[in-house]
Design a protein around this ligand. Sequence first.
Ligand code: FES
Length: 159
Amino acid sequence: MALTIYLSLFFLCLYLLGLILRRVLFLRHKVRMERQSRLGGRVIARVDEMQPGSVRKFWLICQKYRVDGFLINYQGKFHAYINRCRHMTTPLDFVRYQFFTEDGRHLICMTHGAIYAPDSGLCVDGPCKGLSLYRLPVLVDQGEVLVACPSGDLSFLAD
Ligand code: FES
């Protein structure tokens, strides 16, 4: 009986410690993001670092959520999306750091092969056809690419 109580207390302490660590990390990321932000967006890359076809993963702190996203240069224009497939809540590059199809014309989710248009985020083929990736606002300023948080209700990120 006593052993059960001690074990329960031990796991409760571990759980609480995990919550505290998670909160501390969140606040550190929030401070870091504020330091790296201007004009309402976080600096993600220099323009000259991102040639057409390149991808840069990043995170943002938006409201009370950490948002994992990716920035692409598609045919000379920058687009950013939340890294979450519209079929299931997995990142597009679930297996490896790969976002584009081999011919570079589309984005692909590596889990079940959903195909997205890089310039709109629209799923054009696969299990989520007709839905779109969640777009993030992109701004180019002083040779740098900045990405901002989406506006509106972000509670879907809690799923
Ligand atoms: S999770 Fe992306 S296609 Fe199924």
